[in-house]
Design a protein around this ligand. Structure first.
Ligand code: HEM
Length: 436
């Protein structure tokens, strides 16, 4: 009996020692060089709950601001079970963006977009799929086809909203995005199927970081269900179209055929930022009467310039929206309060004094957007600060809302086009903005 008791004591002591050792290692991670300062928080959950505390969308999270004051512009932490480096340092962000290839998504997000997703896979296939995607979203295609399609969708939804007396900006933007892209791939769709696809889209992540727990009630569980439903819908549409000999969209072959992998590999709709940014832009506009006045002038001018009152927008109209482009640039600058460079470092990476170990998530915030040295009164929404020559750029030394390097957003031009056309149609009506 005494022996059993002694054995039990030894086993429990060993477990306790192992546990303490593990906690010690968790709190004091090592690297082949010097790690940035910071705290890893509690085991597994790290500092996730502090990170997730609500904050003003037009400001960096309080969590980040507090730690920058405590540790400086680069610090380490642990979020959603992953070890992470947070950086407010533009040079470091750009260096990592250029040198590191693997996108910084937690397991849940990687799983959500499918393990075969070509945006997450090898460097070679990623490059290939990026080139193909540019055929769909690059300026040439926007000019030839997308202006007309986005214009028609925005016009239709805006008219519907006007008839109902209200319009949900985020939802409408999601619908336009998904319908437009899905149509390019699938060809004409039944309105019900299009509606259902847009509904599934609502469950997709607003943030890149989530816990990977796929249990009922968790966000990931709802996303996985929506993804399954979406894939089922797409597969059903493919089968139906094949059976009836109906035309697919012009990009069906590119997305499905070339990759010989079927629906699992479709990944164009990885990004989910534009609806939120469009809603924030509408709010910023409506809070600034002088901006409203200037936009009114610009869009009235475009409508007045048309010989036929209901004629659609053209690429030339879009390009002529100088002030609208300034508003969009300024809105993207001021709403960039989430990381825009997200990577998992694929090798130990030396930047300045620090070594970022392989496998850590790197989150680069665009602090430069709020630097008084680069922008006068950076917290003020001032579209007039943009010069005509800045307007077509989606990346510069002081402007990185769409990221940088090998993962620079492929939908940037499309997102800007969608925002401009939405704003144009909004100004055909009188409106008030209500937040709820
Ligand atoms: C205002 C709206 C948008 C913003 C602010 C935005 C921003 C970003 C950012 C910050 C990245 C990551 C870049 C990096 O880590 O260096 C990204 C990547 C990406 N975005 Fe966007 N995005 C927007 C709209 C869109 C749209 C509408 C689409 C698709 C139609 C899209 C498709 C993508 C894709 C596929 C990637 C991954 C590119 C790759 O891994 O090579 N984005 N976006």
């Amino acid at each position: 009996m005494v022996e059993v008791y002694e054995l039990l004591t030894v086993v429990v002591s060993l477990i306790v020692v192992k546990l303490f050792h593990w906690i010690y290692q968790w709190r004091n991670p090592t690297s082949n060089g010097k790690l940035p300062p910071g705290s890893m928080g509690y085991p597994i959950i790290g500092e996730t709950f502090e990170f997730m505390k609500p904050h003003d969308v037009l400001q960096f999270p309080t969590f980040v601001k507090e730690r920058v004051l405590r540790y400086g512009p680069v610090f380490r932490t642990s979020l959603f079970g992953a070890k992470a480096i947070i950086s407010m340092d533009l040079e470091m962000n750009v260096e990592i963006a250029k040198a590191n290839h693997v996108p910084g998504v937690t397991k849940s997000i990687a799983r959500l977009f499918g393990k075969n997703n070509l945006f997450i896979q090898s460097k070679q296939s990623h490059k290939h799929v990026r080139n193909l995607t540019f055929q769909l979203l690059g300026p040439q295609c926007l000019k030839l086809r997308m202006v007309e399609e986005v214009d028609l969708l925005a016009r239709t939804y805006m008219e519907e909203g006007a008839r109902n007396g209200c319009l949900d900006v985020k939802e409408t933007s999601s619908k336009i995005l998904i319908e437009c892209l899905a149509k390019k791939v699938m060809g004409e769709m039944e309105p019900e199927a299009a509606k259902e696809l847009a509904l599934c889209w609502r469950y997709f992540p607003r943030d890149w970081f989530q816990f990977s727990w796929n249990v009922p009630g968790a966000g990931v569980y709802r996303m996985m269900k929506a993804r399954k439903r979406m894939m089922k819908l797409i597969k059903e549409m493919v089968l139906k179209k094949r059976a009836s000999g109906e035309e697919f969209g012009e990009f069906f072959k590119i997305i499905f055929g070339e990759m010989e992998g079927g629906a699992e590999k479709m990944s164009l709709t990885k990004q989910h930022q534009s609806p939120g940014i469009l809603a924030a832009t509408v709010k910023l506009i409506s809070d600034h009467p002088k901006v409203v006045e200037e936009l009114n002038k610009e869009h009235e001018g475009i409508v007045r310039g048309k010989t036929e009152k209901e004629a659609g927008l053209t690429w030339e109209d879009y390009k002529s929206m100088t002030f609208t482009h300034k508003v969009i640039n300024e809105s993207l600058r001021i709403t960039s309060t989430a990381p825009t460079v997200l990577r998992i470092t694929d090798h130990d990476f030396q930047v300045g004094d620090y070594t970022i170990p392989a496998g850590w998530i790197f989150m680069g915030y665009p602090n430069v957007h709020f630097s008084p040295k680069k922008y006068d009164d950076p917290l003020v929404f001032n579209p007039w600060r943009w010069k005509r020559e800045d307007l077509s750029s989606i990346l510069s030394k002081t402007y990185i809302p769409f990221g940088a390097g090998s993962r620079l957003c492929v939908g940037a031009e499309f997102a800007k086009l969608q925002m401009a056309i939405f704003i144009h149609h909004m100004f055909r009506y009188r409106f008030i903005f209500i937040t709820y």
